[in-house]
Write a protein of this length. Structure first.
Length: 295
């Protein structure tokens, strides 16, 4: 009889606990959906470009020597001036003891700009030492290097867009002027000369420069840069499926302004999260801000 009572007691304990657990589960609230902003995956034609880095350089540099030793008695130009061939730059008085000579002119030997001026009035000059440098600044060159693997895709006259750090919001139109016929044995790179129009002389010799040369294009999918989630070496986006966030691993490609090329389980028209993704995990419920529904 005692044994039967014990069995009944155990049965009621299990029944009560099970009912209580069931009641607790029903009363547990579901996680609140995460509010997110989204954008649409788009398909577009993506330009394939080579990035070339280098520096700005004059198209030519010519050193000017005086035709006689002596003392500088006058100077007609200043550093940075535009000069033309045969323009008088300075005058020199020869100072051989006991002899008198007419002043000797130092003249420009080419059209260009004075990029070096070693002349001081009253100073001595020698026929063995250059006193001026005349450089070509309009147009001007960018000197860069490119991998030998791209040489078959680069042609003389190809258009490029050149950028320099001094003018971050501007680009300068140029074209390939020369391709070095040899390749450096150590770096496997070939040198390029790119001619750039420089009407306001904004581009200065020695500036760091970079340019982008189009070598083709292909169709691809892009998403805003903000959609990319980085975890170590991996890249992800969160795609919205029926109110849930689906974690999609992607490979990234070309960056185009504020968008980036992606490859993965995506198709044009898919909606991806661009704000709030750091609060998400795979399968999380989401609520999309209404103003983004048409993006």
């Amino acid at each position: 009889m005692k044994k039967t009572g014990l069995i009944i007691l155990i049965f009621f304990i299990f029944f009560y606990c099970g009912k209580r657990n069931s009641s607790n589960q029903k009363n547990t609230p579901e996680a609140e959906p995460v509010t997110v902003k989204t954008a649409i995956v788009q398909e577009m034609l993506i330009a394939e470009q080579i990035k070339i880095t280098g520096e700005i350089a004059p198209t030519f540099q010519i050193e000017v020597f005086p035709r006689a030793n002596g003392i500088v008695v006058s100077e007609a130009v200043s550093l940075g001036d535009a000069v033309r061939k045969d323009l008088m730059l300075a005058e020199v008085r020869q100072d051989l003891p006991g002899m008198e000579f007419a002043n000797v002119k130092i003249e420009a030997t080419n059209n260009g700009f004075l990029t070096s001026d070693q002349v001081d009035i009253g100073g001595r000059v020698s026929v063995q030492k250059p006193v001026y440098t005349i450089s070509g600044l309009q147009p001007i060159y960018m000197i860069g290097k490119v991998s030998e693997s791209y040489l078959s895709q680069i042609k003389i006259g190809a258009a490029v867009s050149v950028a320099v750090d001094a003018y971050p919001d501007e680009s300068f139109a140029g074209k390939i002027a020369e391709i070095d016929p040899t390749v450096d044995r150590m770096s496997r790179m070939a040198a390029l000369k790119i001619t750039i129009n420089n009407p306001n002389l904004k581009l200065k010799p020695g500036m760091f420069a970079r340019c982008y040369l189009k070598i083709g294009d292909h169709s691809g999918q892009v998403v805003p840069l903000d959609a990319i989630v980085r975890t170590g070496a991996n890249r992800y986006v969160y795609r919205i499926d029926d109110g849930k966030a689906k974690e999609i691993r992607v490979q990234t490609g070309v960056i185009l302004n504020e968008t980036i090329e992606v490859q993965g389980e995506l198709k044009p028209g898919d909606r991806v999260v661009i704000l709030g993704q750091n609060l998400l995990e795979d399968g999380a419920s989401v609520q999309i801000e209404k103003e983004n529904l048409d993006r």
